[in-house]
Ligand binder design. Sequence first.
Ligand SMILES: NC(=O)c1ccc[n+]([C@@H]2O[C@H](COP(=O)([O-])OP(=O)(O)OC[C@H]3O[C@@H](n4cnc5c(N)ncnc54)[C@H](OP(=O)(O)O)[C@@H]3O)[C@@H](O)[C@H]2O)c1
Length: 374
Amino acid sequence: MTTASHTHQARPALDFVVRKDDLHRYQFVEASVHAESPLAEGQILIRIDQFAFTSNNVTYAAFGETMHYWDFFPTSEGWGRIPVWGFGDVMQSRNDAIQAGQRYYGYFPMSDYVLMQPDRINENGFVDAAAHRQPLHPLYNQYLATAHDPGYIAARENEIALLRPLFMTSFMIDDFLDDNQFFGAGTVILSSASSKTAYGLAFLLAQRGLDQCEVIGLTSPANVAFTKGLGCYHRVIAYDQIESLSAERPVVYVDMSGNAKVRSTLHHHFHDNMKYSCAVGGTHWDQREGEGQLPGARPALFFAPAQIKKRAAEWGMAGVMSRYAAAWKKFLPSLGSWMSIIHDRGPRAVERVYVDMLEGRSRPEQGHILSMSE
Ligand SMILES: NC(=O)c1ccc[n+]([C@@H]2O[C@H](COP(=O)([O-])OP(=O)(O)OC[C@H]3O[C@@H](n4cnc5c(N)ncnc54)[C@H](OP(=O)(O)O)[C@@H]3O)[C@@H](O)[C@H]2O)c1
């Protein structure tokens, strides 16, 4: 068994939990896993050092039941722990292949500590083989060792935690649209165009040039100026201006907002010219209800792992990853021109950022990094 030294915190170890049926009810509870938790043979104890918090994490909560996001880090009945992407350090290890002090990137709960059962360990990382995680998508059970991850840059941990999981989706949608010749459309419309995932996609689409596709961003009136300033949308309009767009051209809709009214307005406006419509996100998580049969292409759920699987069969997984790495390398420097990183610490700050994100008060130019410890 190996252990790493750390500063002892004055308070007990905590979990941040939210009511599954009412995301406005949340609390910190004393955690069952703490710095001195006994480990079974093969287990490791990770202290979660810092994690990103974006609208994506609220979406995990909003779709927690249907998409099984609550199942990763179970807690008491009726409550859930929201998964987040970030970095953690091994504090104790009863696994011969992993030493205390190693740092990993991956999917964590909003907690001080987490216990894991590493399997398939190599220098690049491990898979958490805890029984309750086995039915869940393997993508989320993978932890990468920062010491050997070619995508890791110590000075860019914040950007990695914030954008890396989102940009993979942006990358796969861009590839999926190209793979399908943009469904015969020359225009791609994105909702929640101010979001980081939409930005990643618009960044990639813009590189294809206007002759391959025009990129139109839809956003809230308050975010129009910011979204225009990102410089990768050919046009940005507010949600209430959809009808000002010419309906004569075939379009594709990539929906990051999950807003039923916006989707319905678009489909009725473009009618048969809506050539493809896919749901990617749900930033407007409380505006999902209320659409009937829609004209145009039937809305589909975009599932990035399906496109990854297809490309892995064609290019090999190494081919997918090297293309993704090349795109990420180009993308990363672009963040510096608009994103400001805000690093907050301690339970009160975690709670404040959560509520602001839930209630739509966060600013799109901010990238929130949180640490549970003060
Ligand atoms: N399916 C997948 O695999 C996958 C992968 C990655 C991301 N996504 C989804 O993509 C979406 C964007 O995620 P992100 O992390 O990139 O978002 P983000 O950068 O945090 O997005 C911020 C923007 O989302 C909108 N927004 C956020 N909270 C809101 C609220 N409470 N009410 C109304 N609007 C709100 C606003 O945009 P506007 O004013 O422009 O509407 C805001 O500027 C999420 O729903 C996420 O789950 C899905």
